[in-house]
Design a protein around this ligand. Sequence first.
Ligand code: C2E
Ligand code: MG
Ligand code: MG
Ligand code: MG
Length: 286
Amino acid sequence: AGKAEGKGQYRFFDPAQSNILKTRTQLRQRLLEAIDKRQFVLHYQPRVDTRTGELLSMEALLRWEHPQLGMIRPDEFIPLAESSGLIVPIGAIVIDQACAQLAAWRAHGAVPVPVSINVSPKQFLRGSVQRELEDALARHAVPAGLLEVEITESAMMGDQAEILAELAAIRALGVKLHVDDFGTGYSSLSQLQRMKMDVLKVDRSFTAELGRSREGTVFFQAIVSMAHALGMEVVAEGVENEEQLQILRALKCNEVQGYFVARPLPAAGIAPLLEQRYLFKEALAA
Ligand code: C2E
Ligand code: MG
Ligand code: MG
Ligand code: MG
């Protein structure tokens, strides 16, 4: 199960094929087992400089490797993990694995780039994220500048005091903050600036509109210029073709992430990219 299907392609568990994870109690029980038996792995998806293709950072994306069911996507289990509170221990595993991997790359002489991890609002409400990050960085002797935290726009809505305080504490560690899936929630850019977010990741639904409609491109352009005016960098998520890349280059969007550049890969697949460093010279020459 979960075997590679060609370069960077993995076969994921298909929920339509089985209702084995359908009931809450079943899924919760299996998640508890997964925590206990360490069935979680991180894959890493490169983010590159839009102009040069230089590898600048990568996003850690959680996968559940079930011995019978195969590889399970986060969308299949994160919602229940959040509503049941299991996201707290799972989130701690993610933080620890990301730091362990950064330490391993450093130990093997690779010059690592920062890894960004996705953090759920439920983790913030527990108030333990800052301490977990600090502890994991110390445990693995990794500098804080190699870690970044992504929080979805919708999770930051409502100015919840606990979340704001914890974000500030995380930033004080030297960890950069990214707004994930920007454009799908209702935050204002000025609110994000007040919260001192460093990077805006524009949701892939907006990237998909590039080149399709004039409005789509104008909308993206407006986000880029406002974010830049407010001192934030912009990442386009879900870049799937060269046309989108060329438009993003013209819009001066700083970084791109998506299948056109690279799929999420297991750690072993990232090691050669750390050496190669530039991911799309071919596309540039084209
Ligand atoms: P996200 O943080 O917005 O991550 C980007 C998602 O888009 C990933 O899906 C990635 O594989 C996918 N993607 C990247 N490039 C492309 C592309 O060009 N086209 C398309 N169609 N998709 C692309 P994935 O890995 O299935 O993760 C889904 C979501 O699960 C993530 O969305 C994130 O919200 C959540 N997630 C992943 N890992 C974690 C984690 O460790 N903790 C928490 N709390 N949530 C996580
Ligand atoms: Mg993310
Ligand atoms: Mg996203
Ligand atoms: Mg998302």
